[in-house]
Design a protein around this ligand. Structure first.
Ligand code: CAA
Length: 300
């Protein structure tokens, strides 16, 4: 494997392009507009500068890495030479399905098609292609350059040699791969999202405030972020849609999204990306204060 195409240049897509380029792969980063691609390249550069400052990369390695990323707006151009195509587009089944159909037509016959989906069925995506045996889930965690895990999801038809190739590739990126089977939420989100949902229930019921809930989980359980801060970081809309996938796919009431989460998404409070969630943000995730709405001690 040498040539990688990443479809979607948002937070996950640019992080995935970053780690592949950092580890010597040629990367075609594909999105619909020049503006999105420019923003993605600027984010990658900023994150690479952090790595230079931390002496993870030299200045020369950073320059070489940036040269290995080729931004393109045409899907056909971007995936023509790809050995692996990783889809990291919006977390909506219809969008991903349409993309997989197009990618399947345009990619070389041997190319492996992967999705970075956090909960959509790999088997269902694979079924929209003519090569379901070469379709797999490659679920990176945010921030991609920092997080160690790649959750690898075998669809119903994924062939063993495809899984082995992706496991080996993840190791080449310095990551730790874990292989799981395709069930709603896989392992990561089937366990993470009920915890986040329960944290929101405790806030809704007035058991404790935002800071107390997060501090208990940070200091008591050794989590780097409390569940409410993590929900803001992931995006409350993303958390809601993953819980809906769990509820629908596993059919158990315990996965029902907390009404306060639903209400916040309806109010447009999506977390860091909109500047308001359980916290309010000024310049990105670092500068934050508890959202004043949660200081009023009213019942939500
Ligand atoms: N690129 C490169 N380096 C980065 C980075 C990025 N995007 N973001 C942070 N870093 C580096 C920093 O430079 C810093 O490096 P050193 O340790 O060498 O100093 C290190 O990461 C820690 O960053 P910060 O000092 O800025 O901040 P922090 O100590 O608060 O850590 C964090 C930030 C890494 C995000 C940490 O809070 C954390 O691990 N949070 C939990 C993240 C998590 O759970 N992610 C998974 C979310 S779920 C998901 O992604 C999948 C899904 O399906 C929903």
């Amino acid at each position: 494997m040498k040539n990688i195409a990443v479809v979607g240049a948002g937070t996950m897509g640019n992080g995935i392009a970053h780690v592949f380029a950092q580890h010597g792969f040629e990367v075609w980063l594909i999105d619909v507009s020049e503006e999105i691609l420019e923003k993605a390249l600027s984010t990658i550069r900023q994150n690479a500068i952090r790595q230079v400052n931390k002496q993870i990369l030299t200045e020369e390695q950073m320059q070489a890495m940036m040269h290995r990323i080729h931004p393109v707006t045409q899907l056909a151009t971007g995936i023509a030479q790809a050995d692996l195509v990783i889809e990291a587009a919006t977390e909506k089944f219809e969008i991903k399905q349409q993309l997989f159909q197009q990618i399947d037509k345009l990619a070389s016959a041997n190319a492996i098609l992967a999705s970075n989906t956090s909960s959509i069925s790999i088997t269902r995506l694979a079924a929209s292609t003519r090569r379901p045996q070469q379709v797999i889930g490659m679920h990176f965690m945010n921030p991609v350059p920092v997080m160690q895990l790649v959750e690898i999801i075998n669809g119903f038809h994924t062939e063993a040699h495809v899984t082995t190739t992706i496991v080996e590739l993840s190791r080449q990126l310095g990551k730790t791969p874990c292989v799981v089977n395709d069930y709603p939420g896989f392992i990561s989100n089937r366990i993470l999202m009920p915890m986040i949902n329960e944290a929101i229930y405790t806030l809704q019921q007035g058991v404790a405030g935002v800071e107390e809930i997060d501090t208990i989980m940070k200091l008591g359980m050794g989590h780097p972020m409390g569940p409410l801060q993590l929900a803001d970081f992931i995006g409350l809309d993303v958390c809601l849609s993953i819980l809906q996938v769990l509820q629908e796919g596993l059919g158990e009431p315990k996965y029902a999204p907390c009404p306060l989460l639903v209400k916040m998404v309806q109010a447009g409070c999506l977390g860091v990306k909109t500047g308001e969630g359980f916290y309010r943000y000024k310049n990105g995730p670092k500068e934050k204060e508890v959202n004043p709405i949660f200081h009023t001690h009213r019942t939500f």
